[in-house]
Ligand binder design. Structure first.
Ligand code: ATP
Length: 364
């Protein structure tokens, strides 16, 4: 089987700008070997995208000369990406489906206007809650800026296998999990930004053997910039859940999140208020640390459903960080009940909505 050293050696033979090897020129930002499949990411100035595209072809050829390599996937990443062209006024951007995900009934995005509000914790427990309700569930960690599914599901350090040229998602607590974190080493700088990254994600979606699923929960990157907008456009989403904490600042961003999904005509399944209130483990007293209730009021004002409040609690943090999420490890507990209730509301919302027309599948 090929290893990273052999791939690196092969890459040294590829000349970049000025005749220098692309390795010496610092253009190679990641190498991952998974069975016979090799992923290489090249990063560079987006203004020189054409040049990088030509290099990608050369890289693919060089990687394929290494014994044991069955397939080479080269992704281009950029530090600063140009904004995608805005759609004409009053018109939703065109949805361009990119992946072979036809056996997934509902794809649900979990998003937040800003980072650190508990989007990944909510995604993981929502996926587990849907699974507890009897659904076949997958979780795609698309948070390219800080993938956390490997940690949340206790899968850190593991790599997906490749079978029949497709990545096989890892499985934890009955949920199929795929994360960009499985494919990029933690010490590789995260230069996965901009539309080129979106392209890589689309490739990843289509390259994964999800099999038949009732729901795929997509943990989106935080924010409402171009990356998120393009992803929301390109993945055929059945609906979106927006997570917010009750502070004003988080709520302003959450409103932007709702507006973003509305712009690409994705139904908003609802808003979740995370870290809504604090229950003291010693005296049982309740404190509304971040002035609880703001997300509910906002949801009402925006005319979108409010899905529930998740308390700020040490047990939720500890179990998330330990890779033992509450819904899986204490399914009868009070925290699991909060997330299962959330999952029930999401399931009902999905089932009662008319299914979005299946996407046209574009492979390659
Ligand atoms: N309800 C909660 N109670 C206590 N801790 C929580 C709760 N929700 C999330 N946390 C903790 O807050 C931290 C951030 O949560 P998480 O990683 O889910 O946020 P995120 O919005 O996905 O962040 P990022 O934008 O960095 O990806 C984690 O340590 C998590 O365990």
């Amino acid at each position: 089987m090929a290893d990273e050293a052999a791939i690196l050696k092969a890459l040294e033979s590829v000349s970049g700008p000025g005749g220098k090897s692309i390795v010496a020129a610092g253009l190679v930002s990641g190498i991952n070997v998974s069975g016979g499949k090799v992923f290489v990411s090249l990063s560079g100035d987006p203004a020189r995208a054409k040049e990088l595209e030509v290099l990608a072809v050369a890289v693919e050829g060089a990687v394929k000369t290494v014994p044991g390599v069955e397939a080479a996937i080269v992704t281009l990443t950029a530090e600063k990406a140009p904004a995608p062209a805005a759609p004409p006024p009053g018109q939703a951007p065109q949805r361009k489906p990119i992946a072979a995900i036809e056996k997934i009934k509902y794809i649900v995005a979990v998003s937040s206007g800003k980072g650190g509000v508990g989007k990944s914790t909510t995604s993981a427990n929502l996926a587990l809650g849907l699974s507890a309700l009897g659904w076949r569930v997958g979780l795609l960690d698309a948070d390219i800026f800080g993938p956390s599914a490997p940690r949340l599901f206790g899968l850190g350090g593991q790599k997906p296998e490749v079978v029949d040229n497709r990545l096989v998602p890892l499985e934890a607590y009955g949920v199929k999990v795929m994360s960009i974190g499985f494919l990029v080493d933690e010490d590789v700088p995260m230069i996965w930004r901009g539309p080129m990254v979106v392209q890589a994600l689309g490739q990843l979606l289509g390259e994964v053997a999800w099999g038949e699923l009732d729901a795929l929960v997509v943990d989106m990157p935080p924010g409402t910039g171009d990356v998120q907008l393009t992803m929301a456009q390109q993945v055929p989403l059945a609906g979106a859940v927006v997570v917010s904490t009750p502070q004003d600042l988080a709520l302003i961003d959450a409103r932007r999140g709702v507006a973003m999904f509305q712009r690409v005509e994705t139904p908003i399944l609802g808003v979740v208020e995370n870290m809504s209130y604090f229950l003291c483990p010693h005296c049982g007293g309740r404190t509304d640390i971040f002035s609880h209730g703001g997300a509910r009021q906002d949801a009402e004002a925006l005319g979108v459903p409010f899905l529930g409040e998740v308390p700020l609690d040490l047990a939720i943090r500890e179990t998330s960080d330990a890779g033992t999420p509450v819904v899986a490890t204490d399914p009868k507990g009070k925290y699991a009940a909060v997330y299962i209730d959330l999952a029930e509301k999401v399931k009902t919302a999905l089932e009662t909505r008319t299914r979005r027309a299946p996407p046209k599948i574009v492979v390659g």
